[in-house]
Design a protein around this ligand. Structure first.
Ligand SMILES: [Zn+2]
Length: 306
C-alpha cells in the first residue's frame, strides 16, 4: 500500500465482534466511512454520544487507553487506533455498543484484516501532518520519551524488564503501512504470570487468556510460540502507534521511548500539543506531491486545535 498524500477513509463499513480484555463484556464494533475528513470519532450506538479520538478526552490509562466524555467510556481503544493509523486511515466513525473494545487475538492483526477487507477510499484535499520543529521530552521515574524533527515517522523503542523471559529489547522502524503490517501489527499484548492475580483483584484482565495475550512465566512464555523473538517491544510500538493517533493528525517526527507505557505515550502527545512552538501544520507529507511549475497552490493556513 503506497503512502497516501490524501486523507483516507474506508470504502465500506466493516463489523467486528469480540469481548473486552479487562471487562470480558461482549462488544460489537462497526467502522463506518465518512464523506469529509473529520478525524476518527467513536460513537456509542445506544446513546448516540460521540467521543473524538483526541488526547484531551483520555481518561484511565491503567494497562489500556480509555476515552471518556459525558459519563461514557470506551476502553482499550489503542489497538484499533493503531490499525487505522498504521494503514493511514485517519477519518472514520467507530460505532461501539459496549464500554470496552474487543481484544480479539491481543494484537492489531484482526483489525488490520478487517480494514483491508473493507478497502480504502480517498477524501478531498491533502493529509495534514503535525510536523515537529524542535524536541519535546517527558520523563517519569527513569522512563522517558522524546519527539524530535524527522522527515517521516520513525519510532525507536526500548523496553528493559527486570524479568528473565523479556529483559532488554530495542527496535527501530520508519513507519509505512507495509512495515506496520509486517513488523508490528500482529505482535500481541503481554503480561507476567505473577501479575495476573493482582490484576484480577483490581477487576482487570477478566477476559484475558492465552488466546489473546502472551503470558510470561519466569522460564518463558506459557503460550506455545511467540510470533517474534522480540514480540514484547513490537507490541509496545503498536500501542505507541495507537496512542499517537490521539494527536488527532499524523505525525512527522522521530519518537524515542525508553521503558514507556500508555501514560507516558499520552503524556508526550499532550506535551507536544501544548508546546505550540514545537510543531506546525504541514500538508507536504512524506514526499511533497508534484507541484505544477505555474499556478501552484498557496500555502494553507490551518487553525490550531482547541
Ligand atoms: Zn496493547
Amino acid at each position: 500500500m503506497p503512502r497516501s498524500q490524501h486523507p483516507q477513509t474506508l470504502r465500506q463499513p466493516v463489523t467486528v465482534t469480540g469481548h473486552g480484555l479487562h471487562t470480558n463484556k461482549p462488544c460489537r464494533v462497526t467502522i463506518h466511512p465518512v464523506a469529509q475528513p473529520t478525524g476518527i470519532r467513536f460513537l456509542h450506538g445506544p446513546t448516540g454520544i460521540e467521543i473524538p479520538a483526541k488526547a484531551d478526552l483520555v481518561g484511565e490509562l491503567t494497562l489500556a487507553t480509555t476515552l471518556t466524555k459525558d459519563g461514557l467510556r470506551f476502553g482499550t481503544v489503542e489497538h484499533l487506533l493503531a490499525a487505522l493509523a498504521g494503514l493511514e486511515i485517519e477519518h472514520a466513525i467507530i460505532e461501539v455498543d459496549s464500554e470496552e473494545l474487543p481484544i480479539l487475538d491481543g494484537s492489531a492483526g484482526p483489525w488490520v484484516e478487517a480494514l483491508v477487507a473493507a478497502g480504502t477510499r480517498t477524501l478531498p484535499g491533502f493529509r495534514r501532518f503535525i510536523k515537529v520543529l524542535r524536541p519535546v521530552e517527558v520523563s517519569a521515574q527513569g522512563k522517558w520519551m522524546r519527539v524530535s524533527p524527522y522527515a517521516g515517522l520513525r519510532l525507536r523503542y526500548t523496553i528493559d524488564f527486570d524479568h528473565p523471559a523479556i529483559g532488554r529489547q530495542s527496535r527501530e522502524v520508519s513507519l509505512t503501512p507495509e512495515k506496520f503490517r509486517r513488523e508490528l501489527s500482529t505482535a500481541r499484548t503481554f503480561c507476567m504470570e505473577q501479575d495476573i492475580a493482582f490484576m484480577r483483584s483490581k477487576g482487570l484482565a477478566l477476559g484475558g487468556s492465552l488466546d489473546n495475550a502472551v503470558v510470561f512465566s519466569a522460564t518463558g512464555p506459557l503460550n506455545e510460540t511467540l510470533r517474534y523473538e522480540d514480540e514484547a517491544v513490537r507490541h509496545k510500538m503498536l500501542d505507541l502507534v495507537g496512542d499517537l493517533a490521539l494527536l488527532g493528525a499524523p505525525l512527522l517526527g522521530l519518537v524515542e521511548a525508553h521503558a514507556a507505557g500508555h501514560a507516558l505515550h499520552i503524556g508526550l502527545v499532550k506535551a507536544l500539543l501544548a508546546d505550540t512552538q514545537a510543531w506546525t501544520w504541514s500538508d507536504a507529507g512524506i514526499a511533497a506531491p508534484a507541484r505544477p511549475m505555474f499556478g501552484h497552490r498557496l500555502p494553507s493556513v490551518h487553525p490550531l486545535p482547541a
